[in-house]
Design a protein around this ligand. Structure first.
Ligand SMILES: CC(C)=CC(=O)SCCNC(=O)CCNC(=O)[C@H](O)C(C)(C)COP(=O)(O)OP(=O)(O)OC[C@H]1O[C@@H](n2cnc3c(N)ncnc32)[C@H](O)[C@@H]1OP(=O)(O)O
Length: 257
């Protein structure tokens, strides 16, 4: 089925979604959200896909939720439609997802990037939660995810002033995993995604689920969860293969079982 606002491709075992509303700096409207979820549904159902990359243009990953679409909404509308609930479906995906961010990642754009498992940033990336300048605050998880990633002081400062953060500060603060030159962004993100996709998919998914527990639970509960999942990994053929391959000094051939 065709897409209007995104480009969807597979590159080997990697699913690639490119946000494609250049006239609006990839502002996130409801059509785009529906299409992103449709593409993610397809990638999650495809056993050949081991990792997903989400990117935008060199100028903008996304300049935020679509202000023009939102501006005239009333409280009863936004409440009964449960505005932004579709973004929870994006955030709760089970396969590994990387955001490859160049240019502006503002408001919902920054929030979308933070829904991914990690961010690789181009050296021209600019992150921000400027919603306060519009008389609102982040509404797609930003107050929570940003605070967990960069700490309360910086999250407060960014959300209360609307100040933008460049790539270097974002890396220092823990918002992004790595910075690369803008010209290399997609290549580097795809290379990283390829590495992840070459691992056992169920083991990668269990690892993602376990790391995400750290945001939701106490240290002791998280460690207990890790132990249970670690033990369960010994029921997979890929654990046998991975360890046998090491002992036999050869590359593992994971079967995703
Ligand atoms: C409220 C919640 C929960 C979440 C949100 O995300 S609210 C939105 C937060 N984002 C922002 O406030 C950023 C808004 N955009 C800007 O400040 C600027 O566009 C810029 C600094 C990112 C870039 O400025 P530049 O001068 O380079 O480009 P523009 O001429 O301003 O933009 C080009 C084109 O795109 C439209 N645009 C940009 N951002 C949005 C947006 N978030 N929603 C809708 N449309 C957007 C902009 O209006 C212009 O289109 P027109 O020429 O047709 O007006």
């Amino acid at each position: 089925m065709a897409y209007e606002t995104i480009l969807v491709e597979t590159r080997g075992k990697v699913g690639l979604i490119t946000l494609n509303r250049p006239q609006a700096l990839n502002a996130l409207n409801s059509t785009l959200l529906g299409e992103v979820n449709r593409a993610l549904d397809a990638f999650e159902a495809d056993h050949g896909i081991g990792c997903i990359v989400i990117t935008g243009s060199d100028k903008a990953f996304a300049a935020g939720a679509d202000i023009k679409e939102m501006a005239s909404l009333s409280y009863p509308q936004i409440y009964s439609d449960d505005q932004f609930a579709g973004w929870d479906r994006v955030a709760n995906r089970r396969k590994p997802m990387i955001a490859a961010v160049a240019g502006f990642a503002l408001g919902g754009g920054c929030e979308f990037a933070m829904m991914c498992d990690f961010i690789i940033a181009a050296d021209n990336a600019k992150f921000g939660q400027p919603e306060i300048k519009l008389g609102v605050m982040p509404g797609m998880g930003g107050t929570q995810r940003l605070t967990r990633l960069i700490g309360k002081a910086k999250a407060m400062e960014m959300c209360l002033t609307g100040r933008l953060m460049g790539a270097e500060e974002a890396e220092r603060s823990g918002l992004v995993a790595r910075i690369v030159p803008v010209a290399d962004l997609l290549t580097e993100a795809l290379k990283t995604a390829d590495t992840i996709a070459s691992m056992s998919l169920p083991i990668a998914m269990m690892t993602k689920e376990t790391i995400n527990r750290a945001d939701e639970t106490t240290l002791n509960e998280g460690i207990r969860f890790e132990r249970r999942v670690f033990h369960a990994m010994f029921a997979t053929a890929d654990q046998k293969e991975g360890m046998a391959a090491f002992v036999e000094k050869r590359a593992p051939q994971f079967k995703d079982r």
